[in-house]
Design a protein around this ligand. Structure first.
Ligand SMILES: [Zn+2]
Ligand SMILES: [Zn+2]
Length: 94
């Protein structure tokens, strides 16, 4: 318990040096906390196919962002399906 002073550290969101902390993490203002929280709340849709690292992000609080992400994911899966269909035109009976 030698020093109670808080050191200046760059805000995690905008990089401005600040002594303020939010849950131990340096943030210079409420705006930056809010903006960061929104970033962290982004949802990720990952491609379900193995050996494919495709993914897309959307903000769950924005309906349009979500709709676009789902549309992109659906289009991407459609690409896989057409590739599989080309590789296996008979339907894949083994
Ligand atoms: Zn900031
Ligand atoms: Zn994929």
């Amino acid at each position: 318990m030698s020093e109670s002073e808080t050191e200046l550290e760059p805000c995690r969101h905008c990089g401005t040096e600040t002594t303020q902390r939010a849950e131990g993490i340096p943030y210079c203002s409420m705006d930056c906390i809010g903006a960061r929280r929104r970033e962290l709340e982004q949802e990720t849709i990952e491609c379900p196919y193995p050996d494919c690292d495709w993914s897309t992000n959307y903000s769950p609080d924005k309906g349009l962002s979500r709709a676009i992400a789902y549309h992109k994911a659906e289009q991407h899966r459609e690409e896989h399906r057409s590739q599989l269909a080309e590789a296996n035109p008979t339907g894949g009976n083994q």
